[in-house]
Design a protein around this ligand. Structure first.
Ligand code: 6PG
Length: 241
């Protein structure tokens, strides 16, 4: 499978290009289905992308028809500076007129992360009428170790074939995580990786140039249908291609 790889001179232009693409995909989904389901990535890379959506495109997106979910969450309170929910609230959600009922964060208030994973899966089951979710758009980042969402090398969550949401352990703090699983990620209508920076160049090269290896590079197991996967890179991250 040869994914669509788009390389830009710098992170800002990669974010701006992906923002424009997302607006178009949200428009198409809402026109065709009356709603769009968007999965946000965590980490730091997407922040400029979210800020772009909240500023340049605040009037272009039908916020009342957009439902936002998360691909993963660090198991920390929403006020924590580790929280993916907090980052998305600061960069995007607090700045746009999206109804609170359209924002579906992963819960981090259960004593046991496994219970939180089950609770999120139940919410998804209810939202998608019992069927495995087919998200319209999924945003993903990439760790230098080849993880994506919170699917880390060697994690049993990478092998999960039945559950839609899993609790996982990260090699670095915050160790407890929640993550969507590959069956859900690979059913998405469109998947976008946004990856920037020199330190990701080697893992990008391995994932895009070598045979998939889900154990060592879980991101390589994100393989939706042919035309559903696009990589948005800056020149530094694409150096090995
Ligand atoms: C998270 C993310 C994770 C992230 C990568 C890249 O919760 O950290 O979901 O998968 O996308 O670790 O993170 P950076 O964008 O900060 O490099």
């Amino acid at each position: 499978m040869t994914p669509d790889v788009r390389v830009f001179p710098d992170p800002a232009r990669a974010s701006r290009a992906l923002a424009a693409e997302l607006v178009e995909q949200i428009r198409i989904a809402t026109e065709q289905q009356g709603r769009c389901t968007l999965v946000l990535s965590g980490g730091s890379t997407p922040r400029p992308l979210y800020e772009r959506l909240a500023t340049r495109y605040v009037d272009a997106i039908p916020w009342a028809l957009l439902h936002v979910f998360w691909g993963d969450e660090r198991y920390a309170p929403p006020a924590s500076d580790e929280s993916n929910l907090r980052m998305a609230r600061e960069a995007l959600l607090s700045r746009v007129p999206i109804p609170a009922a359209n924002v579906h964060p992963m819960p981090t208030d259960h004593d046991d992360p496994e219970d939180a994973a089950r609770a999120y899966e139940e919410m998804l089951r209810s939202f998608f009428g019992g069927e495995i979710p087919r998200f319209d758009v999924v945003l993903l980042g990439l760790g230098a170790d080849g993880h994506t969402a919170s699917l880390f090398p060697g994690s049993s969550a990478v092998d999960e074939k039945d559950r839609w949401v899993a609790a996982s352990k990260a090699p670095a703090a915050p160790r407890h995580r929640l993550t969507l699983t590959l069956p859900v990620l690979n059913r998405a209508a469109r998947v976008h990786f946004i990856v920037v920076g020199e330190r990701k160049a080697e893992v990008v090269r391995r994932i895009l140039k070598e045979p998939p290896d889900a154990v060592r590079y879980p991101a390589s197991a994100v393989r939706p249908t042919e035309d559903a996967l696009t990589w948005w890179l800056d020149r530094a991250a694409a150096r090995g291609l």
